[in-house]
Design a binder for this molecule. Sequence first.
Ligand code: ADP
Ligand code: ZN
Length: 217
Amino acid sequence: MKVVVLLGAPGSGKGTVAALLVRREPSVCHVSSGDLLRAAVKRSDTPAARAAAEAMRRGELVADAVVGALVVERLRTCAPDGILLLDGYPRNEQQAAALERELARENSRVSAAVWLDVPEDVLLARLGGRRICSQCAAGYHVENMKPRVDGQCDACGGKLIQREDDQPERIANRLVVYREQTGALIGWYESRGLLVRVAGGEPSDAVADRVARTVVS
Ligand code: ADP
Ligand code: ZN
């Protein structure tokens, strides 16, 4: 299995680009830690799930063990000869080390870490206008990626909502957490010779083209 990690701030377009790549290249197995967490929080009401929901509302990181277990369970469902695209995981050095150990058990390793580098003003505009489908979690934007019918998901007809963590003060907190914790991963992968920087401030199709060159090659 070829493993590619997508790195980037909240709003850098990891999920959008991943969805475009899956559409072009169906052998890509897209694993989004944020989607896994939102689904887990919706379906279970355990103390761990409640703590995760609270961390997500505040824009803080969910406990490494909780996210790690969800991601590992999910990546076992990906075809062993396909391409694994990790979106949102790892998010700190502990998670990167845990991923390395997990992949080593399968005689595999990360083959590239693609960093979507996006200017902060673009991040803020994207996050503030982001909407997601309350049913299938598909992503939209009030200006850049409008649904065909206002407030309604093109794919399933579900109602579009604003994520709680996309409120302005939560956004600011997520960017701080990103800079303090996830930012360090850029150097982590760079020192291993795996970092590929992609300018991510342009429309998603153009960014997806550039990412595709690393992921599918
Ligand atoms: P974004 O990248 O735009 O912040 P995500 O959907 O990837 O959005 O993540 C939403 C929230 O889920 C994060 O703010 C965090 O609370 C939690 N989360 C996602 N991935 C991880 C992770 N790898 N480790 C810890 N928490 C995570
Ligand atoms: Zn939908």
